[in-house]
Each structure stands twice: as structure tokens, then as C-alpha cells.
Ligand binder design. Structure first.
Ligand SMILES: NC(=O)c1ccc[n+]([C@@H]2O[C@H](COP(=O)([O-])OP(=O)(O)OC[C@H]3O[C@@H](n4cnc5c(N)ncnc54)[C@H](O)[C@@H]3O)[C@@H](O)[C@H]2O)c1
Length: 1589
């Protein structure tokens, strides 16, 4: 066996934890040698098996061989079992699976089970071991960091149930825990961070030294797992790298603490509670955010919140909270609920205070109702040796987002306190103390990112060492006297986004002396954009070698270790005074004394330069500033002598003077006394003058010593206004002065603060707006503001102050709230920037009560903003030649609105053509005139108009603004047409002025403007050479689009209603166009078509389809089908192809879909909430399917996750979609129960609930709303387990969910009827179990009654001679059937499932209407002729009237019958003809003819007794015309034969065509499904050809 160096840790009295690297051989040998067994079973998950199982197998097999030499088969067996990864395996079923495996393989009690994996495997396998054969031995081989440091240690084993995690389990100690840290090299980095949360936690409660290592060495720790070790390096100490040593140190350190605690308190009765630090709140967060956010990530936030509770209780200092925060951040862990990784997921909305408290109520640590939290007293120690009881109000205060200060007198009066250290002074002090000789104790250092990275860098440069004392209150700096070294080879100094540190350290690095190559300093992405150029230029000019490694002028920098030369340095100081301070601080260590000359005119922030010089003096170096001898004026030239700083024993960092203004102001406003230590008359900061210059002026008593300031306020209500005060030297303090002025007697003018308009927010505006809420008047001045003070009693109470995320706004209004009751300070956390524990200090150090307040947050709702005004006119924009006129006219006619063309209005108004106008007055004048017209139109024609604008309207900003504004009220539709089609079209058009430049150039210029102005987009393909079918499709699409976006007739699926079933077809093509020929067949039975946008691909190898491609695909689909579209983008982790990281791209495509009038938008609820809200806002009449896909298989239908997801989807969507995964049939039943319960709630939204995988097929059968279906013609299924529509119908039938029905045709003679073929084909294609039969009787009598009352009656067709006689048997007639007075269709309406209502309908008229309308369009039917006066003639008149025929002529052999009909349809202008041989004089012959008489009754010769037909009938020659013969025998009737010679404008329609059309309608009425027309028509025609000759 290969040698391995092992570090052993003892637990429960046994050295059973063995740690090292590359331990597989060691593990195999140790286990076999010390744990004798007949069988060794290794259990792991499939992720780990792929990478690590072969090595274990090989090693165990060979070790077993060795144990049994001489070729004899080993006595013991080695078996392995691989199970699916993820939390779902940690279940009863998962446990049973393993037990069955063990039983099947006849494992006995001497078996040793090895758990190779993360916490899931460890917990599950451990629990199996605990109960199998009443307990077998087991070994933990953890593979995740979390499992190494936490779950594998301590013997807790468990499984989850739907009621919660880890609820069933046992304590069962493993024989060994082998920690092979090399296994971490394959662990994803997010999982590593997840484990680091536990590592940080353990150090935080127990071991400060370990914590300090974690704090300062995070980059090395990450590096240790990121660079794979070669040739098993690390297995022995000799081959172990420094990074590996560090990693092992960290892991072993953490395990040792846990092992120690477990040894003392194995069964968690007290001490072991401590490892739950961060978990009380962390678990509650996890319950809401799982599985999106990992356990360690939730615990990380939990630790900070619990740390803040300790701080609130006055137990933990802000130093502790700050260190914890920065340490967790360094491992990429979230530290607050507002971290975008958390805040952006929709479930985050449920993180309310009440909800979190509610979840905490069931924590296992609780005793009864009281909650227990582990309270830190400092880093490395807890308040009690167990969790501490904490009241709900305290937890709620920390968790809530807003704060309320209870007015009153500070109970700590007279207050004496220090405010947090000044940031500028902290940074300077750190550099000075590090460069100096000797030891310095820095007190009151600010804990910020800047100081943190500064210290880490100085350690890296071996320039100094740091030790914390007093629990982090004092930093002991052992200065290096200016000696600095190049960091380890390849080691970069990482500064994050700490600007001050970057600037100071750049010069510090030039002081470094060799050996070593260069020092590299770098930062995060933002840092790499911040300027450093002027400083680098100056240093380079002085001889330093500094290279930019990426962009010139920015970090990262590579600095050669050659020391700083010195002499004269010129530096441009107009950008930042920090460059100056950087050179000044390092200057004494140059080879020659430095003369620093500042160039570039205006020197910025002189007070900070003075601050640096003053501090250098304290550390022993005196800088002199030159003076112009002649004028006595100070020059910007400084002389710095050579020398070494000397550390003062103690250095008290001055408190931040701006922060000090708040407690002082509280003393002023409450009439009490406050002393601020650390700030006095000798202060380096300008804001230190606030007390004397402002508060004293307002009537306070101020006593200032060089190092302290004490303020005593006048009695409450007696502050005086200051007439005018210039606050230029203390601008940050103006907000504090403003709130005091609000309650002072008189007007206060504050000036010199113009720069405050560009701080965190426009602070002057913010103060004006927020004070107005209290009823305080103010006047804004050019460089300040005037406040008109009011007595306290007159200010409004209960105001909620918005803080603009600005710490100073929050703190200054909290001063005001000490005297005005019920003031709520929203966003209380914004104080974190400079005074994170402000609210706690207010309570603990000043003595004012603070409450936590939860604000009602406005939540997005599914309702969105449908254009309030459905009548709002539609504006069309787009290039000339894009089809605005065609589209506009068609849209207007179908909406029954008026169409206007702005160009025509222009010509009418100016009495001149556009072309000529431009010629005479030029383009600018035309654009102006055009904009005037636009303005007029928007004002006067704002309702019920479709207004088409000139193509160039978007050229002027004014017109664009008008359009953008209008788009909030009504649709602005951009008509898009491919540019080549436009070019071809314009080639033949000359009415408007020529562009004078290439059309493509004009288009490219306008395209962004068009996009900017339009709310919708319509893709118009009316190419010169498009086919008739395409043109027809385009007309349909125009109508669909405009009816949908106006809401006149949204194109939604009717079957989405409760009690009905609906389906959609998933189109899985990379390009849908080749499939469009089959679209009729593909969409058989379905209600909508889903376009899987993620599967579209316009060029090979790209995963995101381009916007133009998606548009084209949709346009092509639209021309082929009028079914609603579902627009879906599935990402990789949801089982699709769209990159998970491309959320912006997905968002753009989703917005495009809405602009194109897509009816349904599938939106994953994992998309950031602001994006979803925006889509909801834009959706108009379209619907949002809010969906959640659990591809991992971890979601259980009876677990908590699905409920959360449902609630989120319910809030955001109109339709809810949840997709899980079935592992057993049972998972479909739990799904069904979930859906039934959800649907039982009043107003439940439609839900799509499906289980993926073959096991889940049953859920697809049972799902009612929008079941995704496949079709045999599709290349691939969109998801595993998908079924076709017909398959689902068959399954429903077999499950008793779709009872077979009988249909009949009543009439005589009917033997040759095509109806059975028509309907039975439809049933067959759609998989419906119904049957249609002939029922020929002589009369409407008992036999018909028996059929229509039978329980399985599905419907009937009625034909001659019973269309009228049937009526008395029916319960209700449709309006059409009533008007026509004839019924051809009976529909049994089953509302309550028992007694159907027999409903009479007439579909003949619909068949006739369809056949006319598809050939003679709206508005062009001037006159029609109906031949015959029977039931069918009535249907024809009704149809023609509905098509707005101006005159309907009727001819019948028995005139009186015709007259009776004309009288009955009096509103339809029916005129009776006496003959068909000639038309009455002066009329235009009709363009529609419908014959309803049997063909046998007509003749084209002059047979007596027959109706004579002559070619006169077809006298109309001027446009589209159609003749329909309702007789369907023979195939070519006399009338149609005659029509052949009538001219090209006449189209003929056979009786069979009408029969088909009316049959399709019947089919849909009976089944609720569209009839599969293509196949049905084909079969009927074939049958017809057989029977009718
Ligand atoms: N028993 C305890 O005291 C205790 C303590 C804490 C957590 N837990 C439990 O631990 C579980 C979480 O454990 P986890 O975070 O280890 O999750 P996990 O076991 O699910 O592992 C995380 C993921 O990483 C993969 N993986 C593991 N090791 C890998 C490696 N070396 N290389 C590549 N991929 C690897 C896994 O396949 C899995 O997909 C939870 O069920 C939790 O309840 C138990």
C-alpha cells in the first residue's frame, strides 16, 4: 500500500477520524484490516460514482485479493450500489431501496457499509446501517466539505418525510470517518462555499484563532481546491503543498471543535446546541428558499441575523458582526436577505417576519413556545454554553426592514459615547503603523472592507503583523519599519472594490525591495475600471517600473521591487487627493528626500491632504509645505524628509465627526446632554465644527475640549433658527441641521451645500420631500435650502420616511422621530454604510426604544395593466411600403372602426401632395407639419380609429415623444416587413417623395426609433410572390392580431374553462417552417401551439436564436394556424436548451413575444422578480403561465416546496404550471391530490401539473389544463413521457374518464349520407371512443325519442324531412336556429352530469356562410340570389344577411312560399323574383348564388316542369363571385356545370363542401374539439367518389 500521512482526530474517546489526501488505498486497507466482514457494501450517488467509484472498487478488490493470497477467491465480497443524487433520495423510499439491495444480496449482520458522498448519502446510509439487522457497522467517506466538517461527524443520521427534513433518524456512530481532502477538488465551487459556512460557524462559536485564519486566508483556501493535485501529491507530508496544509488545517480545526462538542454532549442536551449557531433563523429561511438557495447559504444569512440579535441585546459588539460579515462574504456566501441571489427569486417575497417566526416555532431546539438562539458574545465564544431563549419581539426587530423610534427622554442621559472610527483616519493609521517601527495599539478602528483588505495586503507584503485584543476592539500592530517583501510567487494582492486601499497600496508596493519578481495588485471588475493613471504616471516618471496587466490606467498593476527613488515627483492632483496622500505616506522611505509638486490646477479636497500630513507628524515625520516668499501664499509643493515612522504606543482613531452629529442633535432636540469622546477642537475633520457652529447657534450649550465635545440642548421646543449658515466645510452634516431647523423657532437658511445634490441621492430634494410629509415648508436655494420651523406639536405624526438608501437621511430623520410619534424610518439597513449598529446604539447607549416595523410591500399581481381603454385608437407606424395601408384597412373593417391615413389628411389640409410640399418647402417643414397633424389626430381621433402614419414620422424627437406617451394609452403598432420586400414594392410606387438615400440606410437609421416608440409589432409578409394560402393566412393574422391586442376578441383557448380539458402541441423543431405543411395534422385536437423558443436555432451551434429569426418563425406559424401560441423558453436546468445564465436575452425575447401579440407566455418563476413584474405589466390581453420545473426530482407533491412554488406562481401568473418528476406511480396520485386540493379553493386559477418521466405518463392523462402533447410526426418529444392527443383520449376512455357516446343522423332517405364517414373519421383520428350511426325513420316518433333520451346520447344531425318536426322534442334553440326556424344539429348539454338539456342548433347557415365568406370578402357582397324556399333556403338567407348582403333575391317555383320567406326575413331586404331568365332592369346582378333545390328539379335546356337555369344568372363580371349548390348529388349539378362558362371571377362550391363545413362545426359542438379537417375531408371525398357517380 502507498504510504500516507494521516492526521487523526478523536471523537467519543476513539481516534476514528482520519484525515489526509488521496486516501483511497489507505481506506481500503484500514477497513479490511480492522473491520472484518463477509461483505463490504459501498453506497454512493451517481455524480460521485462517475468520478470516484472506479478507484474505490479497484482498491478494495485488490486489497481483498491480497488478504487472501495464493489465488484462492477472497472470503469477503465487495459490492457497490449507486443511487440518484439529491435530497429526494433521503426518503423512506430511498432507504427501502438500499435495504432491499442488502437483503437481495444476502448481507448479514457482519456487513460493513461504506457511505461515499455528501450529507445526503451520509445521513441516509447511516440510518440504514442503524436499523439494518438491528444495526451494522458503517464507515463515512464524506465527499463534500459540508459532509466532512459537519454531517459525517457526530453520528446523526436521518431521512426526510413530506412533513419536514430529518424528522426520522437515529444517532449511530460510524466506525471511521475518512476525510480525504483531495475529493474536494472535484466538488463544484458553490458546494465548497456551502460547506465553508459551517467551517466559519464552528470557528465563530469556539475558536478565534481559527476564525482569524479563515478571515485572512480565504484566497489561499479557495486556491487549494481549485488547482488539482498531480500524482497523488499531498498523500505524504513531503509532497504536500502549503495550500494543502492550510486546507487540512482548516478542515481538521473545524472537525476537532465539532468532535469535542459531540464527545461532551452526544445527544444534544445543551452544549451541542451551539453548533446550531445561525441555524434557527437559517433553517426558517431555508424552508422558504429551498432548493434554490443551499443550506450553507441560508445559514450564512442566519448567522449574520443572529449576530445582529446578539448585538441588539448589547452582548456582541459591532466589531464581531462586522468580522463575521466580511469573513462570510469572502467565501462568496450571501450575508443578507437583500443579496441579489436571494432577493431576485420570487419565493423571497415570502420572507416576511411573521412567516419566519412561524417556521421557527417548530424548531427542535425550542422549549415550548420560546425560541432559542445561539448568542455570540465575541468571535470565538458564546454567551452561554447552550442556546439562549430570545423573545419574539427581539427577533422581529432584527428581521424587519423598517424601524420606529419611540419618542421620549433618553434614559442614559447624560449620554457618553464614541461613534465609529473615521474611515479616512483608519486607513491612514493602518499604513502609518505598519510602516513604523515598534508596536502601536490602534483603538476605535473602523471595520470596513477597506481596512480589511488593507490589513490582508500588509500581511501579504510581510510589512507588519496584526493581533486583535479586547475581542476585536483594539488592533495591535507590530510595525515592520518599512521593510516589505514580494509576496509568494504567483500570489496576487486582491483588493476587491476598496478604493482607498488600492490608491495607498500602489505607492506602498513601490517600496518593496527584491528578491522576487514583481508585486501584483488587483481587484474586482468594478475596481478594474476605477482610475489610477495619474499616480502611476508620477511614480513611473520617478523611475518605478509599473506595468498595467489589463487596461491602461487601471488595476491590475505589476510593480517591480526596486524601492522608491525619490527626488522631485510631479503629480496631477485634480482627480483625487488620495494620490497625494499615497505618495506622502510612503515618501520618507524613498532613497532620496522627496519634493512633491502638485500639478493640474485646482487641488481637490485639501483638508484630506492636511489630515495626512498631521497624522504623519504624530508618527514622527514632519512635512513642510512651501510658501511663496513674495506673496506669502501657500504653494502646492511639499518637502518630505527621509526617515522611519515611530509608532506611538496607542493611537486613538478619531470618531467619525459626521456620525457624531446625530447623538449630539438628539441631545439638542430632547433637551438632554451628550458627550462624544474622541472628537474635539483638535479634530482633523471638518464636521467636528458642527457643535459649535450649528448647535450653539441654535441655543445649545456646547463645551469642547481638544478631544471631547459635550452638548446640552435647551428645553424641548426651544431650539432657535439660524438665519443663515454656510456649511461648506461640513456638508455631510447639513441633513442633521435641517431636521433640527424643522422644529426651531423661525427660518433657517443653509447654504454652501450644492454638492449634496450628487451624493447617495439628491439630498436637498430628499430633505424637502420628506419634511413636507411632516407638514414642514421649505424653499430650495441654488446652493442650499431654507427651512421654515414649526412648533413640535404642529408636525404631522405617523409619517413614513423614505430613505433613498442613504444612511444620512435615515439617521437624521431618526433624530426628528425622537420627538414626533409614530415616525417610521423605512429601509433601516441603509445605516450599515457608516454606522451599522446605529439602532442598537440608540437603544443601548442613548436609551431610546426602537421597534421593528414590517412594511406592506406592494407585490406584483397577475392582473397587469390591460389598456384601460379598449376603444383607444390604434396607431400604425413603419417604413413606407411595409403594408400600413393594407393592414390598417383590414383591421379597421374587422374592428368596425374608421381607418385614417395621415398622408391623405395632410394632402387634404394643405391642398398639395406630400411630394410637392417637400419639393417646395423642404423636409424639415414637412416634418413639422406632419407632427402638427399627429398631435391633432391624437387629440381628436383618440377612439375607434386605426391611424396610419408616414414612415418618417419617427425622424423628429417631438413626434417620437408624442408616440411614446400615447403608447401608455393605446397600441402603437410597428408594421414590419422584410426590407427586400419593401425595396421590391417601392420600385413600382411613385406617389411619395423619393428618399434620396438607399432605403436600407433609412431603415437602419429609423429601426431603433421605431422600436422605441412601438408597444406592439406586426410582421407583415405580403410579398409580391407569396402564395394565395399565405395571403389568406396574412388576412387571418391581421384580424387575429388586432382583435387580440384591442381585447375585442382575445384569441384565447375556450377549453381552458373549468371542467374542460385543454391541450397544446409542443413544437420542437429548430426551424418550424418545414413542418407547416403538416400543421393541420399536427394540431389535431389541440387548443394551442407551443413554440419552444429555446429549441429554435438559426445557425448551427448557437444556443440562443436571434430576434429576427424568432420573429420570422412566429410570423410563419401565424400564417399557417390561427390557434393561440404559447411562447416558451426553457433553460438547461429546466430541461431545455437555453443557457441558464442568459436571463437578459430570455427577457428580451419574452418582451418581443408580448409585442407580437402572443397569447400565452410561459414565464419561469425563477426569473428575477423585477423582470416578471415587467412582463406582467406589459401583457395586455395575453396570459402569463407562471411555471416551475423541478428537473432534479427533489420536489414532492405532498412536501412544502410545491406549496411555496404554487403560491408564487399563483401570485404572478394567470395559469400555474408545476412540473415535477415521478419515480413511482404513487407520485402521480400525490400530484392528483395536490391539484384537487388546489382546485377546490374558490377562484382557483387553472393549473398545469405534470410529472416528467415514463412513470409520470399517468399525470399527463389526468391533467386537465393545457396538457402538453406530442405528435407522431414530430422529430422528438419535448419532454420524456409526453403522449399524443389521441393516446391521451384513449387512456382517458380506458380509465372511465371519457365515456363513449352514440351519435345519430335522423332523416330519410339517408343511406348514402357522408355524415357517418365524416364524424367517425374525426373520432378515430382524435382517439375518441364515440360512434355515429344512421337512424332512418319515416317520422319523428318514439324511436327518435328513445335515441335522444338514452344516457349515452352524444348528439344528432337532422336532415330532410325532419328539420322542423324535431323542434318540439328539444328543450332550447340557439338564436340562429330560432331565426331560421329549422334545426339540423342536436347537442345534449350536460351541466350537472345527469339530465342533459337538448339544444337545437343550425350549422347549415354556418357552412354556407363560411363558403361564401372565404371567397367574397367583407363589404363586397352587394347582392345575392337564393334559389328555393325550404329549410335550407332559410339558412342561406340568414347566412347572407349576417354577411351584410345589401339585397337578397329569392326565386321559388311556388312564388307564395318565396314571398312568405321574404316577409319573415323582412330586415334582410329580401326581394322575390318572378323569373330567373333575366334580371330586373337597372340592377347589378348578384355576386353570390345559393341553390337549395335538388339538382333533379333543375334543367339547363327547357324541360317543362323543371326550373330553368340560364347563363344570365352569372351576369356579374366585376369582381369575386361564388355559386353554391347545396345539392350534393350528382357531383356536378346542372347549375355548377353552367357556372363553368361563367368567367374567371366565378368560383363554384359543391354541396359536399358545404356539408363538410357544417359537419366540422357540428363535430366541434359535440366534442369541444376542432375536427381534423384534412383527414376527414380526404376520407369523405373518397367515400363520395365510391358512392355517388
Ligand atoms: N447529519 C448531520 O449532522 C447533518 C448536518 C448538516 C447537514 N446534513 C444533511 O446533509 C445534506 C446536505 O449534504 P451536502 O451539502 O453534502 O449535499 P449532497 O450530498 O446533496 O451533495 C451535494 C452535491 O454535490 C455532489 N458531490 C458530492 N461530492 C462531490 C465531489 N467530491 N465531487 C463532485 N460532486 C460531488 C453530489 O452528487 C450532490 O449533487 C442535507 O440532507 C442535510 O440535511 C446533515
Amino acid at each position: 500500500m502507498a504510504e500516507a500521512d494521516i492526521l487523526k482526530v478523536s471523537i467519543l474517546g476513539k481516534e476514528s477520524i482520519h484525515c489526509g489526501f488521496h486516501l483511497v488505498p489507505y481506506i481500503a486497507h484500514t477497513v479490511i484490516a480492522t473491520l472484518h466482514a463477509s461483505t463490504y457494501v459501498l453506497i454512493t450517488d451517481s455524480n460521485i460514482a462517475k468520478i470516484h467509484l472506479p478507484a474505490f472498487e479497484a482498491e478494495f478488490q485488490s486489497a481483498l485479493q491480497v488478504a487472501q493470497p495464493n489465488g484462492i477467491a477472497p472470503k469477503s465480497r465487495f459490492l457497490s450500489l449507486v443511487i440518484p443524487p439529491g435530497e429526494t433520495s433521503k426518503s423512506r423510499e430511498g432507504k427501502a431501496k438500499i435495504e432491499d439491495f442488502l437483503l437481495l444480496h444476502r448481507c448479514t449482520r457482519d456487513t460493513v457499509v461504506l457511505a461515499l458522498g455528501g450529507g445526503v448519502i451520509g445521513d441516509l446510509v447511516g440510518f440504514v446501517a442503524a436499523t439494518f439487522m438491528r444495526g451494522v457497522r458503517f464507515v463515512q467517506i464524506p465527499t463534500t466539505l459540508l459532509a466532512m466538517v459537519d454531517s459525517s461527524v457526530g453520528g446523526k443520521t436521518a431521512i426526510d418525510t413530506p412533513h419536514g427534513k430529518n424528522l426520522i433518524g437515529a444517532f449511530w456512530q460510524p466506525e471511521y470517518i475518512f476525510i480525504d481532502a483531495a475529493l474536494l477538488e472535484t466538488l463544484p465551487s458553490r458546494e465548497f462555499s456551502n460547506g465553508m459556512a459551517e467551517v466559519v460557524k464552528t470557528a465563530a462559536i469556539w475558536d478565534e484563532e481559527q476564525f482569524a485564519a479563515l478571515e485572512s486566508r480565504h484566497t489561499e483556501i479557495f486556491a487549494a481546491i481549485q488547482s488539482p493535485s498531480q500524482n497523488f501529491s499531498g498523500r505524504t507530508k513531503k509532497t504536500r503543498s502549503a495550500a494543502q496544509e492550510l486546507l487540512l488545517f482548516v478542515i481538521v480545526g473545524s472537525i476537532s471543535v465539532k468532535a469535542h462538542i459531540v464527545t461532551i454532549d452526544e445527544r444534544e442536551t445543551g452544549l451541542r446546541n451551539l453548533v446550531n449557531f445561525g441555524h434557527t433563523i437559517g433553517h426558517a429561511i431555508e424552508a422558504i428558499l429551498t432548493p434554490t438557495i443551499l443550506h450553507g447559504e441560508c445559514v450564512s444569512v442566519g448567522m449574520i441575523l443572529e449576530g445582529e440579535i446578539s448585538r441588539q441585546l448589547g452582548i456582541l459588539s459591532q466589531v464581531g458582526v462586522g468580522r463575521l460579515t466580511r469573513c462570510l462574504k469572502a467565501y462568496n456566501l450571501p450575508v443578507s436577505l437583500s443579496d441579489p441571489r436571494i432577493a431576485n427569486i420570487p419565493a423571497a417575497k415570502w420572507l416576511t417576519v411573521n412567516r419566519l417566526l412561524d417556521i421557527m416555532r417548530v424548531d427542535k431546539k425550542n422549549s415550548g413556545d420560546e425560541k432559542k438562539i445561539v448568542i455570540l458574545s465575541k468571535i470565538g465564544a458564546t454567551y452561554e454554553p447552550k442556546a439562549t431563549i430570545v423573545r419574539d419581539v427581539i427577533i422581529a426587530k432584527t428581521l424587519s426592514e423598517a424601524a420606529k423610534v419611540i419618542p421620549g427622554v433618553p434614559t442614559k442621559n447624560p449620554v457618553k459615547m464614541a461613534t465609529p472610527g473615521s474611515k479616512s483616519i483608519s486607513n491612514r493609521a493602518l499604513v502609518l503603523a505598519a510602516l513604523a517601527q515598534g508596536t502601536c495599539r490602534l483603538k476605535n478602528l473602523l471595520h470596513s472592507d477597506d481596512t480589511q483588505v488593507m490589513m490582508a495586503a500588509l500581511i501579504e507584503l510581510k510589512g507588519a503583523s496584526f493581533i486583535w485584543e479586547d475581542g476585536g476592539e483594539t488592533l495591535v500592530v507590530q510595525g515592520g519599519g518599512g521593510s516589505l517583501s514580494v509576496p509568494h510567487k504567483g500570489k496576487e494582492i486582491y483588493l476587491g472594490n476598496a478604493g482607498t486601499a488600492a490608491r495607498f497600496l500602489t505607492t506602498v508596493c513601490t517600496l518593496v525591495q527584491g528578491p522576487g519578481e514583481t508585486t501584483v495588485i488587483t481587484g474586482n471588475a468594478r475596481m478594474k475600471q476605477r482610475p489610477i493613471g495619474p499616480l502611476v504616471d508620477a511614480l513611473r516618471a520617478n523611475g518605478s517600473t509599473i506595468d498595467y496587466l489589463e487596461s491602461a490606467g487601471c488595476l491590475p498593476l505589476s510593480i517591480a521591487p526596486q524601492g522608491l527613488k525619490g527626488g522631485t515627483i510631479q503629480l496631477a492632483a485634480s482627480v483625487s487627493s488620495q494620490y497625494v496622500s499615497s505618495v506622502l505616506l510612503c515618501a520618507p522611505y524613498a532613497a532620496e528626500p522627496i519634493t512633491l509638486e502638485l500639478t493640474g490646477g485646482q487641488v481637490i479636497s485639501q483638508p484630506y491632504i492636511d489630515m495626512t500630513i498631521a497624522m504623519m507628524r504624530t508618527f514622527g515625520v514632519v512635512v513642510s509645505r512651501r510658501v511663496d516668499q513674495a506673496t506669502g501664499k501657500l504653494l502646492d509643493i511639499y518637502d518630505i524628509p527621509r526617515g522611519v515612522y515611530t509608532n506611538p504606543a496607542d493611537y486613538n482613531i478619531e470618531s467619525d465627526a459626521s456620525s457624531a452629529t446625530y447623538p449630539l442633535a438628539i441631545a439638542a432636540i430632547t433637551g438632554t446632554t451628550c458627550t462624544i469622546q474622541n472628537i474635539g477642537s483638535s479634530s482633523l475633520q471638518g464636521d467636528a465644527r458642527f457643535a459649535i457652529e450649528v448647535l450653539q447657534g441654535m441655543g445649545c450649550t456646547v463645551v469642547q475640549t481638544p478631544t471631547e465635545t459635550t452638548v446640552t440642548g435647551p428645553p424641548v421646543g426651544q431650539l432657535k433658527a439660524i438665519e443663515e449658515i454656510d456649511m461648506e466645510v461640513m456638508t455631510d452634516a447639513f441633513l442633521t441641521a435641517t431636521v433640527l431647523a424643522a422644529v426651531a423657532n423661525g427660518k433657517t437658511r443653509i447654504i454652501g451645500i450644492a454638492n449634496q445634490r450628487v451624493k447617495e441621492c439628491n439630498r436637498i430634494r430628499a430633505m424637502i420631500d420628506e419634511l413636507a410629509k411632516f407638514g414642514v415648508d421649505t424653499n430650495e436655494l441654488e446652493d442650499g435650502l431654507e427651512i421654515i420651523g414649526k412648533p413640535i406639536g404642529e408636525l404631522k405624526k405617523g409619517v413614513s420616511v423614505h430613505c433613498y438608501d442613504d444612511h444620512r437621511v435615515a439617521m437624521s430623520f431618526s433624530v426628528l422621530s425622537t420627538v414626533i410619534s409614530d415616525t417610521v424610518i423605512e429601509e433601516k439597513r441603509c445605516v450599515e454604510k457608516t454606522w451599522p449598529n446605529w439602532w442598537d446604539d440608540l437603544e443601548n447607549k442613548i436609551g431610546l426604544k426602537v421597534q421593528g416595523i414590517e412594511l406592506d410591500s406592494p407585490v406584483a399581481e397577475a392582473s397587469g395593466t390591460v389598456n384601460a381603454d379598449a376603444d383607444a385608437s390604434i396607431i400604425l407606424i413603419g417604413m413606407r411600403g411595409s403594408g400600413k395601408t393594407f393592414t390598417g384597412h383590414l383591421a379597421a373593417s374587422r374592428l368596425s372602426w374608421t381607418c385614417l391615413d395621415a398622408d391623405a389628411i395632410f394632402e387634404e389640409k394643405h391642398q398639395i401632395g406630400v411630394r410637392q410640399f417637400v419639393h417646395m418647402h423642404g423636409w424639415p417643414a414637412f416634418r413639422d407639419a406632419e407632427t402638427v397633424i399627429l398631435r391633432e389626430l391624437l387629440a381628436t381621433k383618440s377612439k375607434n380609429h386605426v391611424i396610419s402614419l408616414g414612415g418618417g414620422i419617427v425622424e423628429t424627437a417631438e413626434a417620437r415623444d408624442l408616440l411614446k406617451e400615447y403608447a401608455h394609452k393605446g397600441p402603437v403598432v410597428l408594421i414590419m416587413r422584410p426590407i427586400d420586400e419593401i425595396v421590391a414594392y417601392l420600385g413600382v410606387e411613385a406617389a411619395r417623395p423619393a428618399y434620396g438615400e438607399p432605403i436600407e440606410a433609412v431603415f437602419n437609421r429609423r429601426a431603433p426609433w421605431f422600436k422605441d416608440c412601438a408597444s406592439h409589432e406586426f410582421v407583415n409578409h405580403v410579398g409580391v410572390d407569396t402564395s394565395i394560402a399565405d395571403k389568406k393566412g396574412t388576412r387571418h393574422e391581421v384580424i387575429r392580431f388586432f382583435k387580440h391586442i384591442t381585447g375585442q376578441e382575445p384569441n384565447l383557448a375556450p377549453n381552458l374553462a373549468p371542467g374542460k380539458r385543454s391541450y397544446f402541441l409542443s413544437l420542437t423543431f429548430p426551424d418550424v417552417t418545414p413542418a407547416l405543411h403538416h400543421i393541420e395534422n399536427l394540431t389535431q385536437g389541440v387548443d394551442a401551439v407551443e413554440l419552444r423558443v429555446d429549441l429554435l436555432s438559426d445557425s448551427f451551434g448557437t444556443s440562443i436564436p436571434s430576434v429576427p429569426y424568432v420573429k420570422d418563425q412566429i410570423a410563419a406559424l401565424r400564417r399557417s394556424t390561427s390557434l393561440p401560441l404559447i411562447f416558451t423558453i426553457r433553460t438547461v436546468s429546466q430541461g431545455g436548451a437555453f443557457p441558464d445564465s442568459a436571463q437578459e436575452e430570455a427577457f428580451e425575447l419574452l418582451k418581443l413575444a408580448l409585442a407580437l401579440g402572443t397569447e400565452y407566455l410561459d414565464v419561469e418563476i425563477s426569473l428575477p422578480e423585477p423582470m416578471i413584474k415587467e412582463l406582467v405589466r406589459r401583457k395586455g390581453h395575453s396570459k402569463i403561465i407562471a411555471s416551475w420545473h423541478d428537473w432534479s426530482g427533489e420536489m414532492k407533491w405532498d412536501g412544502p416546496v410545491v406549496k411555496e412554488k404554487y403560491a408564487v406562481a399563483d401570485r404572478l401568473g394567470d395559469i400555474i404550471k408545476i412540473v415535477g418528476k415521478a419515480e413511482s406511480l404513487r407520485d402521480n396520485f400525490t400530484l392528483y391530490d395536490f391539484v384537487s386540493e388546489a382546485n377546490s379553493k374558490p377562484n382557483a386559477k387553472p393549473i398545469i401539473a405534470i410529472n416528467m418521466s415514463g412513470m409520470g405518463q399517468m399525470s399527463r392523462v389526468l391533467n386537465e389544463t393545457f396538457t402538453p402533447v406530442s405528435h407522431p410526426l414530430l422529430p422528438t418529444k419535448a419532454a420524456p413521457g409526453q403522449l399524443s392527443f389521441a393516446e391521451i383520449q384513449k387512456a382517458l376512455h380506458l380509465l372511465g374518464q371519457l365515456p363513449p357516446r352514440r351519435f345519430a343522423l335522423f332523416g330519410t332517405p339517408i343511406a348514402y349520407s357522408m355524415s357517418p364517414t365524416l364524424h367517425n373519421t374525426g373520432f378515430e383520428i382524435l382517439g375518441l371512443p364515440h360512434l355515429y350511426e344512421l337512424h332512418e325513420t319515416a317520422e319523428v316518433g318514439e324511436s327518435i325519442k328513445a335515441v335522444i333520451t338514452a344516457p349515452d346520447f352524444g348528439g344528432a344531425s337532422v336532415t330532410i324531412p325532419f328539420k322542423l318536426d324535431i323542434i318540439p322534442l328539444l328543450d332550447k334553440l340557439s338564436p340562429a336556429a330560432q331565426a331560421i326556424g329549422a334545426v339540423n344539429t342536436i347537442v345534449p348539454l350536460r351541466t350537472d352530469g345527469t339530465n342533459p338539456i337538448l339544444y337545437g342548433e343550425n350549422t347549415d347557415w354556418l357552412g354556407i356562410r363560411h363558403c361564401v365568406h372565404s371567397r367574397v370578402h367583407d363589404g363586397s357582397l352587394h347582392a345575392a340570389l337564393v334559389i328555393g324556399a325550404g329549410g335550407t333556403a332559410r339558412a342561406a338567407i340568414y347566412a347572407l344577411h349576417s354577411l351584410k348582403a345589401q339585397t337578397i333575391y329569392i326565386y321559388n317555383r311556388t312564388r307564395s312560399n318565396a314571398q312568405a320567406l321574404a316577409d319573415e326575413f323582412s330586415r334582410a331586404n329580401v326581394q322575390v323574383l318572378d323569373t330567373l331568365d333575366s334580371w330586373p332592369s337597372g340592377i347589378v346582378p348578384p355576386n353570390v348564388i345559393v341553390s337549395t333545390v335538388p339538382s333533379s328539379a333543375t334543367t339547363t335546356s327547357s324541360e317543362p316542369g323543371s326550373l330553368h337555369l340560364s347563363s344570365n344568372l352569372f351576369g356579374y363580371k366585376d369582381g369575386p363571385a361564388v355559386v353554391i349548390d347545396m345539392a350534393y348529388k350528382p357531383a356536378e349539378t346542372a347549375l355548377l356545370a353552367l357556372a363553368k362558362g361563367a368567367g374567371d371571377n366565378w368560383e363554384s362550391v359543391r354541396g359536399l363542401d358545404v356539408l363538410l363545413e357544417q359537419g366540422y362545426v357540428q363535430f366541434e359542438l359535440w366534442t369541444g374539439r376542432k375536427c381534423p379537417r384534412n383527414v376527414v375531408a380526404e376520407r369523405v371525398r373518397a367515400k363520395y367518389a365510391e358512392t355517388v357517380v
